[in-house]
Design a protein around this ligand. Structure first.
Ligand SMILES: [Zn+2]
Ligand SMILES: [Zn+2]
Length: 146
């Protein structure tokens, strides 16, 4: 993490009444530096090489903290696992039904679609949204198998 990312990380944690810890730092850094949307187990394997004493339960707890502070997003995967993303710009998640990869699709819904969603939601107050897209990545695209 560069120093401005690190300062922001500490600030957001403090705002949510959470302490900065080395474990949180490591978990956040691992998820931030990849676009692969790793599972908690994958994050754990990598975290262990930096912090040999860290446990999988600790990784889960730290991920929960990051999600509750808005520093990470949990992406539910078609295979039932949870993947994690620390990208903060608005984007949607596209899951490949072939290889299971999760990619980021930058962008937001148009104002018109959003206002329709708000109308449908009636008395539910929407604070955020995320599209989950399913399909095939370029490697798995069935139409390229001919
Ligand atoms: Zn993402
Ligand atoms: Zn694929």
């Amino acid at each position: 993490m560069d120093s401005s990312t690190k300062n922001n990380f500490r600030r957001v944690l403090a705002k949510h009444g959470q302490r900065y810890t080395r474990q949180r730092d490591v978990v956040f850094s691992i998820v931030s530096k990849t676009a692969a949307h790793p599972t908690a187990e994958k994050i754990y394997l990598e975290a262990r090489s930096l912090l040999p004493s860290i446990s999988l339960a600790t990784v889960y707890k730290n991920l929960d903290t990051l999600v509750s502070c808005g520093l990470a997003k949990r992406v539910s995967h078609v295979d039932g696992s949870s993947r994690y993303c620390c990208r903060s710009d608005p984007h949607h998640h596209a899951t490949c039904l072939g290889c299971g990869s999760v990619s980021d699709i930058p962008g937001t819904l148009g104002a018109e679609e959003l206002s329709k969603v708000h109308t449908q939601a009636r008395d539910f107050t929407i604070t955020g949204y995320e599209l989950e897209l399913n399909g095939y990545c370029p490697k798995c695209n069935p139409s390229s198998f001919s």
